[in-house]
Design a protein around this ligand. Structure first.
Ligand code: GLP
Length: 245
């Protein structure tokens, strides 16, 4: 695991976008695993900026997203489908038919999870998976628990996650209580993983996930076992860790 210290959110976003750009330049038909949340917004902004400058071409890229709220239609501005279009897909030359997310409106969790695993498999596998880190150490919507969930599954969101995400909704009652999420094994099968983390409020999660024991109680800690992980974290997020000089 390589940890890159960024000065602040802006610096983290630029560094992360550079890593994704390198992936797209090296393999124009790559498969990107994408994430939502506030952490990657700045990264997507940079990618859009560099696409507009002519430095990037998404024409042959395929994307698979980590997760989606269950029960939110695509048009809902808090759906992850909406987020991805609003922050990236609508502003670059990506083929919409090669952008995949779980279908939050499929009411049959078993069928939807199996379908999404097949979608990921059919892409040939994720080359670079972008991740944020939840305050409780979650990745995607893999919440802390007694064991690591393997494949795509339907999750009951924890009260702390509903609390953290209510800022995007009118009230906590409006936050969906469930989501479809790639599992830990799905995520770990990506060839490379890039984690972006920013802010002092994530410092404890960073310490637990990347410097503590590997445990399903901190789902992000499993990333310590992956052979090719880069964490780009800003100084505030790293404030509870001692990095080797
Ligand atoms: C959300 C998402 C995750 C995200 C995390 C952190 O609930 N499901 O994919 O990485 O929580 O979000 P943020 O970046 O807004 O702190």
């Amino acid at each position: 695991m390589k940890i890159i210290k960024a000065k602040d959110y802006e610096d983290m976003s630029r560094k992360a976008a550079n890593i994704i750009s390198a992936q797209v330049i090296m393999k124009p038909d790559c498969v990107l695993g994408l994430a939502t949340g506030s952490s990657p917004v700045g990264t997507y902004e940079k990618l859009v900026e560099w696409y507009r400058k002519g430095d990037l071409d998404f024409g042959d890229v395929t994307t698979v997203n980590l997760d989606e709220y269950r029960g939110l239609p695509r048009e809902n501005d808090q759906s992850y489908y909406y987020f991805m279009h609003n922050h990236l897909f609508d502003y670059v030359n990506i083929n919409p038919e090669r952008t995949f997310l779980p279908d939050g409106m499929n009411d049959d969790p078993e069928k939807e999870c199996a379908r999404y695993e097949e979608v990921i498999c059919a892409t040939g596998g994720v080359d670079l998976q972008l991740l944020g880190l939840g305050h409780n150490g979650h990745i995607g919507f893999n919440e802390p628990g007694e064991f690591f969930e393997k494949g795509t599954h339907c999750v009951d969101l924890q009260p702390s996650t509903i609390e953290a995400n209510k800022r995007f909704f009118a009230s906590a009652d409006d936050v969906p209580k469930q989501a479809y999420s790639m599992g830990i094994q799905t995520i770990m099968m990506a060839k490379k993983i890039l984690v972006v983390v920013s802010g002092a409020d994530k410092a404890e999660a960073v310490k637990n996930a990347f410097f503590g024991p590997v445990t399903p109680k901190v789902p992000g800690s499993i990333l310590q076992m992956h052979p090719n992980v880069v964490v780009v974290a800003d100084e505030a997020a790293l404030s509870k860790c001692t990095l080797p000089e």
